[in-house]
Ligand binder design. Structure first.
Ligand code: GRF
Length: 192
């Protein structure tokens, strides 16, 4: 795979905490000619996040900040982002809520993906709660990041039908597949 760095693309950092399937997908997307972004940095709050291994394979700079003292971690991240001239942030399974102080430096330039039809089902255990409530539909949403969990302005949303046979796991997989299509589309929408 080509290195996802191009001179004219918007320099982007992806923040992760875990598996990183969205990270992987965004890296693939960023290597395409029609992608407005390049992925220049991966940030994690968890040194064991699987996604970090993929970043390494792809020779993309990665860094872990433990967020024990959130203010300090955020200060260091801002310094690094500034140094690397990064102007766009994609959260992809990042499990921390960024502070107002951090976000005001990236006002309108940080986005997140969430596996529900926001504003419904913010927060954790989304699929479990959706199934428990016998919802007929679920989906995923890309939205701007604010200090309120999963609450910023919606950029794009994809709705899917829940089948009777769906369990937490099958629903998660179905929606992840949609996330991988929706996130690139939302990024194109922002920059094109
Ligand atoms: C995704 O479902 C995303 O919407 C949510 O966390 C999950 C991360 O999955 N915020 P992955 O690490 O990208 O595979």
């Amino acid at each position: 795979m080509k290195k996802s760095i191009g001179p004219d693309k918007v320099k982007t950092a992806v923040f992760i905490s875990g598996t990183g399937s969205n990270l992987k997908n965004l890296i693939k997307f960023s290597s395409k000619k029609n992608s407005p972004i390049s992925i220049n940095l991966v940030i994690s709050n968890n040194k064991n996040a699987k996604g970090l291994k993929y970043a390494k394979q792809q020779k993309i700079e990665k860094k872990t900040f433990n967020f024990i003292k959130q203010k300090e971690s955020e200060k260091k991240i801002i310094r690094l982002l500034t140094k690397k001239k990064i102007t766009f942030i994609c959260l992809a399974g990042f499990m921390k809520i960024l502070s107002n102080n951090f976000l005001k430096k990236f006002n309108g330039k940080a986005v997140n993906i969430h596996p529900s039809l926001l504003p419904k089902y913010k927060g954790l255990d989304t699929h479990k709660r959706v199934l428990k409530n016998n919802e007929k539909f679920s989906g995923c949403t890309v939205h701007y990041v604010t200090t309120k969990l999963d609450s910023g302005k919606i950029i794009l949303q994809k709705k899917i039908k829940i089948s009777k046979a769906d369990k937490e796991n099958t629903l998660r997989k179905k929606i992840l597949r949609e996330e991988h299509k929706l996130y690139p589309r939302a990024i194109k929408k922002i920059f094109n």
